[in-house]
Design a protein around this ligand. Structure first.
Ligand code: FE2
Length: 517
């Protein structure tokens, strides 16, 4: 082996040791079994990042999730896992033992490689005398496979205090390929006006506090059911750290170096509680969440990060988002939502894609949603309206290679939206280059219907917008077209409620533009 190759290999091993192996390392002699008699799987199980040959299995041991250390001693603990192709585990395909570490909140991220493509599996974890609930998951179809359909539940914005996760109960019961969650998985803040149940404490600032917040969410039976039923594909928005943060800029105006410590704690806790690959573990205050997935020849899916690399919101003295008349600063060409590197990565990936559907999963609404007043248009600076040049570049990256069948899926705005994406927004003469569906929130309260009507009337590209519905969007792609059902219940989402389809839209393959189904 030549010296360069050896050095490269050594540094890869060092990186692997520094990352993954610390929080779920192979079984070692010093690790103990979980203390007998206390059930450690209170936060359930989850799976994610389905690839043609692999999937990630997750759990976290925490017999008392809100107690220090989750109620466990500060020692490494042995954890067994099994994956089978039947629910009775009579045909075990894989099994293994990992050691979960107290410095990673005893969380496990087991990436099972070498699996058959396009297959369904069952999995579970065991330690001492305790056995976890059984989870169901799947691998993506082979990258070159002809696939008849892809069924996604698109969801975001699940403020624990503002309603029941009844939408997740329905998601758990559905026949889906995966859940695409596009942000606001936890909320750091509270709003007493809309409180039907309470967080465990005040806004988290430290790692133990963010861990406790994630535990509160995972203790919800319906959320656990949705995780156990399907693999999840995830990206984040702001509330996983703090409302309206931008890169290292804090709306509370902490100095960037101090805010980055809070962000590091939030990212660490996020990683510890999500079914993401071990190599995604944060490095200090940085964590790469953006990813690319394939679903046979049918679809290529990009999950995008709108928060970590963005420029700060423009046109206001105060940090965070505000509603303003656009100013010159907003139109500075270099201002970015994704950051230059992610922009390039996405544009190159889009231009190269030969798959039928190109799906962008990202935090918020891309189509404009400003409001025309008698004197001027007013826009919200935290959304894509506050980054017009970045939006133009994104749409050009679709229009210039003449890509057909680009579907943008977003969340954040707490309203169901179906919209056209044009190079010149709201100008009927400008061609439609892509289509957009935005899901409402699982629970978080939305704008008034009067305000939503005003937004609608100011933006003809928006075909549909409803802010008074809580729920999710059911997306089904096949070689002929893409359908979207907005599933909803009124606010606040009640534990006994049933969701129903409130509106249905369709995009025909090769015909950019949303139509009513
Ligand atoms: Fe939200």
């Amino acid at each position: 082996m030549n010296r360069r190759l050896m050095l490269a290999r050594l540094s890869r091993v060092a990186a692997a040791l520094a990352l993954g192996r610390l929080f779920a390392s192979p079984a070692s002699a010093t690790a103990i079994d979980a203390p007998a008699g206390s059930y450690p799987f209170t936060l359930g199980v989850a799976s994610g990042m389905p690839r043609p040959d692999s999937v990630v299995l997750w759990t976290r041991l925490a017999p008392q999730p809100h107690a220090p250390g989750g109620g466990l001693p500060e020692l490494p603990i042995k954890l067994r896992w099994e994956l089978a192709d039947d629910e009775g585990f009579s045909r075990r395909l894989r099994s293994g033992t990992v050691v979960v570490q107290p410095e990673h909140a005893h969380s496990a991220h087991v990436q099972v490689d070498g699996l058959p493509a396009g297959a369904q599996f069952y999995y579970r974890f065991m330690t001492a005398d305790a056995v976890s609930p059984i989870g169901r998951t799947r691998t993506a179809p082979a990258a070159d496979a002809d696939v008849a359909s892809l069924r996604i539940a698109l969801a975001s914005c699940q403020h624990y205090e503002q309603g029941s996760f009844v939408a997740h109960r329905e998601i758990a019961a559905r026949d889906l390929d995966f859940v695409l969650f596009v942000g606001d998985y936890i909320y750091e803040s509270s709003n007493r006006r809309y409180q039907v149940r309470a967080h465990e404490g005040p806004p988290p600032m430290t790692l133990p506090e963010y861990r406790a917040r994630h535990a509160t969410y995972k203790l919800d039976v319906d959320l656990r059911a949705a995780h156990a039923a399907h693999p999840w594909v995830l990206t984040w928005d702001d509330h996983e750290v703090e409302n309206d943060y931008a890169n290292d800029r804090d709306p509370l105006e902490l100095p960037p170096a101090v805010f980055l410590q809070r962000r590091a704690a939030a990212y660490q806790a996020y990683f510890e509680h999500m079914p993401v690959a071990p190599q995604m573990a944060p490095q200090g205050s940085a964590m790469r969440i953006h990813e690319r997935y394939t679903w046979g020849r049918l679809a290529e899916i990009w999950t995008l990060d709108n928060r970590q690399y963005r420029d700060a919101q423009a046109c206001s003295d105060r940090a965070g988002g505000s509603v303003v008349a656009p100013c010159d600063e907003m139109n500075i060409a270099s201002r970015s939502m994704f950051g230059a590197e992610q922009e390039r990565w996405l544009a190159q990936g889009l231009a190269r894609s030969t798959r039928c559907w190109k799906v962008l999963g990202q935090g918020t609404q891309i189509s404009p949603c400003g409001v025309d007043t008698a004197l001027m248009r007013r826009v919200h600076t935290d959304g894509w309206d506050g980054y017009p040049k970045a939006r133009e570049r994104l749409l050009r990256a679709i229009a210039e290679p003449r890509l057909a069948n680009v579907l943008c899926l977003g969340g954040d705005v707490h309203r169901h939206v179906a919209a056209q994406l044009r190079l010149r927004a709201n100008d009927e003469r400008s061609p439609i280059v892509a289509s957009e569906f935005v899901c409402s929130s699982i629970t978080s309260h939305g704008l008034s219907e009067a305000m939503t009507a005003l937004i609608r009337s100011s933006n003809p590209d928006m075909l549909h917008a409803r802010s008074d519905e809580r729920g999710y969007a059911l997306i089904e792609l096949n070689p002929q077209g893409a359908g979207c059902d907005f599933r909803a219940t009124p606010f606040p989402a009640d534990a006994r409620a049933r969701l129903s389809t409130q509106a249905r839209f369709y995009v025909e393959q090769g015909q950019a533009g949303v139509v009513t189904a």
